[in-house]
Design a protein around this ligand. Structure first.
Ligand SMILES: [Zn+2]
Length: 135
């Protein structure tokens, strides 16, 4: 039985784990924000954009559309014209990262967006070379 356990352990150790590899390389950024009156202010908006290597304009536009709320970039912050709870912001950021940052083939975040034509963009992975059309 002991041998079998050791064998099993070895088998597991040799299995490539995407979760682990990804965790070492990429940690999902989290918005640091506060609510003031009827506004939600994301303090580290630019930092988050830098981490995921996407323009503040792109993420701001995505959040505005997804949450159906007007937004404004002010310095390093993003101001959303509504109270938004943490769960919703976290979920939307995760959606954005999965859709526009993480390579669908190798699950790495080393990607860039390539404009193919007007309104036609590809997510290009610098790690594995995969190209995915973005909607
Ligand atoms: Zn890739």
């Amino acid at each position: 039985m002991k041998d079998y356990d050791a064998l099993l352990e070895r088998a597991y150790a040799n299995m490539p784990s995407l979760e682990e590899g990804e965790g070492e390389r990429f940690e999902m950024p989290v918005f640091d924000f506060f609510v003031e009156g009827n506004k939600t202010i994301i303090k580290n908006f630019k930092t988050v954009c830098d981490r995921i290597r996407r323009s503040p304009q792109m993420l701001a536009k995505f959040l505005s559309k997804e949450l159906a709320v007007p937004v404004e970039i002010v310095g390093d912050r993003l101001i959303l014209q509504r109270r938004i709870v943490k769960e919703v912001l976290d979920k939307k950021l995760e959606e954005f990262v999965k859709r526009y940052v993480i390579c669908s083939q190798c699950k790495r975040p080393d990607t860039r967006i390539e404009e193919v034509a007007h309104r036609l963009k590809n997510l290009v992975c610098e790690a594995c070379g995969a190209r995915t059309a973005l909607r």
